[in-house]
Design a protein around this ligand. Sequence first.
Ligand code: AMP
Length: 506
Amino acid sequence: MSDNLFNLIASRTADPQKIFLTTPEGRDLTYGALFAQSGRFANVLSALGVKTGDRVAVQLEKSPEVIALYLACLRTGAVFLPLNTAYTPHEVDYFVGDAEPALIVCDPTKREAIAPLAEKYRVPALETLGIAQDGSLVETAHDASADFATAPRSKDDLAAILYTSGTTGRSKGAMLSHANLASNALTLIDVWRFTNSDVLLHALPIYHTHGLFVATNIVLLAQASMFFFGRFDAKALLQAMPRATSMMGVPTFYTRLLGEPSLTQDATRHMRLFISGSAPLLAETHREWAARTGHAILERYGMTETNMNTSNPYDGDRIAGTVGLPLPDVALRVVEPETGKLLRANDIGMIEVKGPNVFRGYWRMPEKTAEEFRADGFFITGDLGLIDARGYVHIVGRGKDLIISGGFNVYPKEIETEIDALPGVVESAVIGVPHKDFGEGVTAVVVTRPDTALDEATVIGALQDRLAKFKLPKRVIFVADLPRNAMGKVQKKVLRDEYREIYAQG
Ligand code: AMP
């Protein structure tokens, strides 16, 4: 039997008339129409020479047709390779050279800029797809048959390659199999109780695991529906909320929604679940959200390479500042980074995971892949954290964000939590900056409320009784905003680069 993820999706579709998605412009797309379009696209892909195992690189603005194209790739046995829409042609050059796709699909407005890359790397085909159901791919597909015999795939065959954001060094292509995607979506449907009565608010980008796999695969496999927004717009989401049941968002969605006076208990009455992930949700946001809406946000943790690993419980305590419990089919442990020795409850170390969710390795990087796996098959996530006495996982930050000051380990999250609790502080990021005496100097970058007059001495003074001396920030810098990427992650590398000279005088 084929393990093609598309077959699994199709096998769960009882009613082709069921609405798959609705756009804010009022466009409805049924499951039947989605599958028909995926069949047409699959026929076009085959006619263009795309074969099983070939990569199809896409850099496309969010539209329902991109989902149809994703399904078409599954159906032809090709490997879907979405690229961040913010990447410049100069950046896309690397991905095309690395992935050697058989086809590139880009926005009609980018064709001219991408064509030289296609030529440079001898990519056999370049097509376009726009957000107004336009572009060469749609035009050619118009006359194609909607029937397509889905290619058989085995569970370890690749369904997609997603490049990691690559904050250090080159971006790596995470190879995800049909079984990686299917197993994780089915597990999440179970633990988050998704059914065909659900209507998800979808405002995430679909070049990233969160919007593409967590959100879209769940909807598809649960035969649910979604409101499909081109981008996040707090007012538009609030307008749709009375007709929705669930939302998946990054923390900034929640903070922006909290800025809307119309976010009330009444506005969220029809909702059963708010999920957050991709970046840490401030405990304060969790509390404010509960106070305003009566809903406890459910925070979960995952990454491109592993799909989702942990989740706060559906029933039971959703604990602010934690990412919950390992998913039922995921083994998760915390070890000493250097030795791999298992640590006890509450000890901070490297988070490692193993399960059907974990990727097949980095594209054409066998050495890098081998480095990131232990001999017993556990993947070294690069995230530092702990498991508390109740089994809840806490993330204290990326390993590369760990600060070593005067030989002591300083975990930024601990300092950030203390600073965030100070009156007038909105949020903070603690980084290590080169320091001639200490190796790295603990440095706090802080955002305050507009009506607050906090200064460096007050912040340091307030922390003095609460933190060991080696953990105290040596400098506190006040900024209007923290730099974030599209998924709401604070870009600490940008901050480290910006402030790398501040201790230059000793
Ligand atoms: P990405 O591969 O872009 O999805 O990024 C994955 C990384 O995001 C993880 O390795 C974590 O460092 C971080 N991350 C994801 N979810 C959470 C969360 N709920 N809390 C803290 N960090 C998270």
